[in-house]
Design a protein around this ligand. Structure first.
Ligand code: BEZ
Length: 190
């Protein structure tokens, strides 16, 4: 397993900043087990969420990996999530938690108002698992992804809990995401 912890500690895109906007598009939307100053619904433009990253350490095992969210580039798309304003020391434990292939990247964020309309922008940080990381599983038929998620379990719990919590959190945000909602529907078959 590639451990990205040390690589991420070199990726100091916000060096000298007192606070940083961290954009959550996966488990961070519904599981913010870190201190934050404030949080705001937001989106990033040019990205789509996919269950294409293998999880050997949280929602699966090395023998039977689960699948968790990453992002792929998609020119005209929008990915909704939750932005957290954090102090820089919050990142070190997240680097450890997300060490299985995720790298910090800097992206522009757009915040949403209470009616879901776009408001101001800011630079933010995401954790991205790109296709060149060893845990990347990539595309597969939706039914196969759902079946893998239905059967995988890891130290953080059942893989299906991750998907169902994410779908619920996106619905609460009023966010559209066909990949996630189609997968949720497929999961109900298993
Ligand atoms: C997130 O929820 O944004 C997230 C996804 C994968 C790794 C780290 C964070």
């Amino acid at each position: 397993m590639l451990d990205t912890t040390a690589l991420n500690q070199q990726r100091n895109f916000f060096e000298g900043h007192a606070d940083i906007w961290l954009f959550g598009y996966g488990s961070l939307i519904w599981k913010a087990d870190f201190a934050y100053i404030e949080r705001r619904p937001a989106y990033i433009h040019g990205w789509e969420r996919r269950f294409w990253q293998g999880s050997h350490d949280h929602r699966g095992t090395p023998e039977a990996p689960g699948r968790v969210a990453t992002l792929i580039q998609a020119k005209d798309s929008i990915c909704y999530g939750m932005a957290y304003r954090i102090t820089p020391e919050v990142l070190a434990p997240l680097d450890v938690r997300e060490k299985n292939g995720y790298l910090r990247e800097k992206v522009p964020l757009t915040f949403l108002d209470e009616n879901g309309g776009a408001t101001e922008q800011s630079e933010g940080l995401i954790y991205l698992a790109s296709e060149d990381n060893p845990a990347f599983l990539g595309e597969a038929p939706l039914a196969d992804i759902a079946q893998q998620i239905a059967s995988a379990h890891g130290p953080s719990g059942p893989n299906k809990e991750y998907l169902l919590n994410l779908a619920t959190a996106l619905r609460e945000l009023g966010a559209r995401d066909a990949h996630i909602f189609d997968l949720e529907q497929q999961l109900s078959r298993f």
